[in-house]
Design a protein around this ligand. Structure first.
Ligand SMILES: [Ca+2]
Ligand SMILES: [Ca+2]
Ligand SMILES: [Ca+2]
Ligand SMILES: [Ca+2]
Length: 216
């Protein structure tokens, strides 16, 4: 799960396969207008643009994607950090098939839902939260939209200025890992086993300019 920013102010994109053709697509939310769009992609070409229902309340963030209703299709994950509500849109053929809602009861608004991945490798997607001022991350282990255990803090702190670059399984052990980047071109990958960091790998971006961002 990756966040991308377009040149149009307010557009924030998330990538994943949204129509089950094995090509990674992009979901866009325009945070200025509340519009939501899908770009269905064939590698680097957008083959179709599909408009989904708008969400006019701009507090709602497109926070990630995953399969939360166990039908093997990707669902979009929305978060309202004022109320703690989480909503998923289950997609079929790039249209909304089903909506589901979960009250996270997250009362500390500094914990922000940042994405999802299967961190313990049990076949269900879990939620990644980042605390905006403590440089801490935490995982909620999930079964669909139900938590299966209390919040699991990751016992390693991010460096100041590190941002989430991607959630992906880099060592192909079936468990999601994390990549962080800084505006100065440093990136770091944490290989994960649940909420335990088993290895930290440092990388540098292609050059030291600040214009490189991880896209996936
Ligand atoms: Ca696709
Ligand atoms: Ca699904
Ligand atoms: Ca899991
Ligand atoms: Ca892994």
């Amino acid at each position: 799960m990756v966040e991308q920013k377009s040149e149009r102010r307010g557009d924030i994109g998330r990538s994943s396969d949204l129509n089950d053709d094995s090509h990674t697509d992009l979901a866009w939310r325009n945070t200025a207008t509340g519009q939501n769009l899908l770009w269905l992609m064939n590698d680097t070409q957008a083959t179709a643009t599909i408009e989904l229902a708008p969400i006019n309340d701009r507090i709602w963030q497109l926070s990630g994607s995953g399969d939360f209703n166990n039908d093997n299709t990707t669902d979009l994950l929305w978060y309202n950090h004022n109320t703690g509500e989480i909503v998923t849109w289950s997609l079929e053929n790039a249209a909304i098939k089903e909506r589901a809602q979960f009250d996270s009861q997250q009362t500390d608004t500094q914990w922000q839902l940042q994405g999802s991945g299967d961190f313990d490798g049990n076949g269900t997607d879990d939620l990644l939260w980042i605390h905006t001022s403590q440089n801490q991350a935490a995982i909620w282990f999930m079964n669909g939209l139900s938590r299966t255990q209390p919040q699991a803090i990751i016992r390693q702190t991010m460096q100041a200025g590190q941002n989430l670059g991607a959630i992906a399984d880099y060592n192909q052990d079936g468990k999601a890992d994390l990549t962080w980047y800084t505006p100065t071109g440093q990136s770091e990958t944490w290989l994960m086993n649940g909420n335990i960091v088993t290895q930290t790998l440092g990388l540098r971006s292609p050059d030291t300019s600040s214009s490189w961002q991880i896209l996936g």
